[in-house]
Design a protein around this ligand. Sequence first.
Ligand SMILES: Cc1ncc(COP(=O)(O)O)c(C=O)c1O
Length: 403
Amino acid sequence: MFSHRFGNAPEALNPQWRARLSLEAAGARILDMTLANPTLAGIPYPEGIPALLNRPSVLRYRPSPRGKPETRAAIAAYYASRGPEVSAEDLILTASTSEAYAFLFKLLCDPGDEILIPIPGYPLFDALADLEHVKLVRYPLRRDTRWRADFGFLRSLVSTRCKALILVNPNNPTGHLADASEIRAYLDFAAEYGLALIVDEVFRDYLLGDRAFLPVASSGPLVFTLNGFSKMLGLPQLKLGWIHVGGAREAVQAALGHLEWIADAFLSVNTPVQDAAGDLLKLDRAVQTAILARLRANLATAERLAAESQCMRILRPEAGWYLVLDLRLDEEDESLAQELIETGRVYVYPGHLFGFEEGCRLVISLLGPETEFSEGLGRISALAAARAQSPRGAAPRQSADKD
Ligand SMILES: Cc1ncc(COP(=O)(O)O)c(C=O)c1O
């Protein structure tokens, strides 16, 4: 009776989540090392946000499928202050970045068409693609000192049904930032194969090292750039995202026309956030400074604990909210994550959820409150050390990575 969209949906909750639920039901205190919801992480937000949403105009409904012109102008002004300049005319508003992906999959793909996604990468792509009957083809990012796509290999993955290539910049979860030569390579590759390039920039404002963020600008292939308030302003509950369309003018106009038609079918962006967007965007530096302080403090803790540990390393991110732990254990990430929840009362993501195939990797968020982050990571390090010495574990081995 139901559609085939649910073909790949997991039947049951993953085992770590199940264990967490039953432990919490029994009153245990769990340290959630995956907390990536800024509104629950004790981030100090500037005052006055609720008042900005409370205006008389919220009682008037005058839908505009592309999004209100003044809201798009405010977003264009944000880009102008950070570069590159974009035209408000080339923006389409959505309720989230996730919805932006859904719109783009509808725009570009017939059922069974393919989209290239990076691996390791953002796990939600599977659900988003299944819901649109799109097939994902994974292109590996390989790491020597930095993560890079192997464009030679990428070529072997492109079929006649391939419609788009996704670049998540900065990447979730590796935190890798694309440099100028990589961006050029993505644009050239998209142009050569007639693919659209979808660039997810939700973490662009969260730089953790010396490397600068470089935006992707195109006068050739169609480039769809995604962002939204969820990460940019740490306000996922306000539900505002967008797509910027760049590339050759005629193709941009055609894409915008179709996207408007899709958006008109849903009109999903709420009026209060659109009316408040200009004022909310003025809070960008305040929110980002508070979030960055948290990310940097937790990253410093992780660096310190990794330096003290024989068997826990971090893969240092250049940007973003996530951290990959590299445990030098002869052990499956899944069983380590399970033991961490069952005996350590620490909830983490096993790396395979993000597509890590080698080594024993865990993915954690850098956004959690500092004392809990430090306590949780301390427990991970202690359990890894015990595992390295116990009969079940093996002697620490060389990781697949150089660092
Ligand atoms: C890389 C990436 N893109 C998109 C999103 C989703 O953003 P939104 O809340 O706007 O749907 C996330 C959320 O974690 C993400 O990590």
